[in-house]
Design a protein around this ligand. Structure first.
Ligand code: NDP
Ligand code: KPL
Length: 308
């Protein structure tokens, strides 16, 4: 199976690198500066599971190549529209597109552009970031991909993909209810990135402060009830499971958005928190005050960042 990994950043570089390490046929679609860096140094991963470095095959945008069997999309949401133009030449009749972005809107955007038959549901759990030299740094031990047919069907093509993603040093799960999995992750990441950016803190001090913890719990409730009212596959059980996840992480655990904010990088505020608020039913737009506060805080960050 020929993989094209779009974006050799924190998640694309990590999962793609692991697949290279396993011996899978992997190519990275990258922009110029990243291509130069990868050609000079190779792909470098510093991981709690052990460091490794490998040379990788890259192509640059518009470079000729046959369509790929599976295109894994591992860019930030604000790059998705550009990326859809860039991957078009590599999408053939049987190509599977597997987005690993956080959020929800990416699926309908990709389905509309390439046709629903090409787009799988997918997400990942991992805590990775790029250091100033472009090295991928993994700081927590979990590293998993969950994927499946968007409509929940069983299929030979997802079984085949599973066999190629499996045994690559990370966990992979083929789900028959990927939309529910996507929402579980969305709730976790939207609440985590909201509270860590608002408090400018990792999880430990937030949960240790009764005041901050109460705000987190209200945020979680708002997100779950908003999504449920909007007809998404979530329910009150998502509150308990998300809280359990929060209680299981290390005190220094934080969101990728919080880390990006410290690096003065753009954030996925519209794609995560803005998209949630846009789902609120008419007449309910003032029912989510904590979520609105989180979103406002991110919009202020964006405007200050734009002026730098
Ligand atoms: N980091 C994490 O721990 C986690 C992140 N996520 C989610 O995964 C997604 C990706 O995040 P993350 O990996 O952290 O982001 P990064 O910014 O680390 O990586 C994204 C990469 O995409 C590349 N890119 C952007 N546009 C293009 C393009 N047109 N063609 C090729 N490459 C391109 C960038 O390359 P360049 O070097 O050229 O800028 C960059 O290296 C986000 O939705 C995020 O929320 C999900 C789980 C965990
Ligand atoms: C919460 C986490 C680390 C889990 O994968 C994540 O997705 C993010 O911060 O972007």
């Amino acid at each position: 199976m020929r993989f094209l990994i779009v974006g050799a950043g924190a998640i694309g570089g990590y999962f793609g690198g692991r697949l290279v390490q396993k011996g899978e046929n992997v190519t990275f679609l990258v922009r110029n500066a990243k291509q130069i860096q990868l050609e000079a140094d190779g792909l470098i991963i510093k991981s709690v599971h052990g460091d490794f470095q490998t040379s990788v095959r890259t192509i640059s945008i518009r470079e000729e190549a046959e369509p790929f069997d599976c295109i894994i999309i591992a860019v930030k949401a604000y790059h998705l529209l550009q990326v859809m133009n860039d991957i078009e030449p590599y999408v053939g009749e049987h190509t599977l597109i597997l987005p690993l972005l956080n959020g929800y809107d990416q699926f309908s955007i990709l389905q509309k552009r390439f046709g629903p038959e090409h787009v799988l549901g997918g997400l990942c759990y991992i805590e990775t970031t790029l250091d100033s030299a472009g090295t991928i740094v993994q700081s927590s031990s979990f590293h998993s991909i969950v994927f499946g047919e968007w409509a929940g069907d069983e299929s030979e093509r997802t079984q085949l993909l599973l066999s190629h993603l499996d045994n690559a040093g990370f966990t992979v799960t083929l789900s028959s209810d990927i939309q529910r999995e996507v929402w579980q992750k969305y709730i976790f990441v939207a609440s985590l990135s909201g509270i860590t950016t608002l408090m400018d803190s990792s999880v430990g001090p937030i949960l240790a402060s009764p005041e901050a913890r109460a705000i987190y719990e209200q945020l979680l409730q708002e997100i779950v009830s908003l999504a449920q009212n909007a007809g998404m596959p979530v329910g009150p059980e998502n509150i308990a499971s998300t809280m359990q996840k929060m209680l299981s992480v290390l005190p220094e655990f934080t969101s990728s958005m919080h880390r990006d904010m410290h690096k003065q990088l753009p954030v996925e505020a519209d794609h995560l928190h803005g998209a949630l608020l846009a789902m609120a039913l008419p007449g309910q737009d003032d029912a989510y005050p904590v979520l609105e506060t989180m979103y406002a805080r991110l919009k202020v960050y964006e405007s200050v960042n734009d002026m730098r």
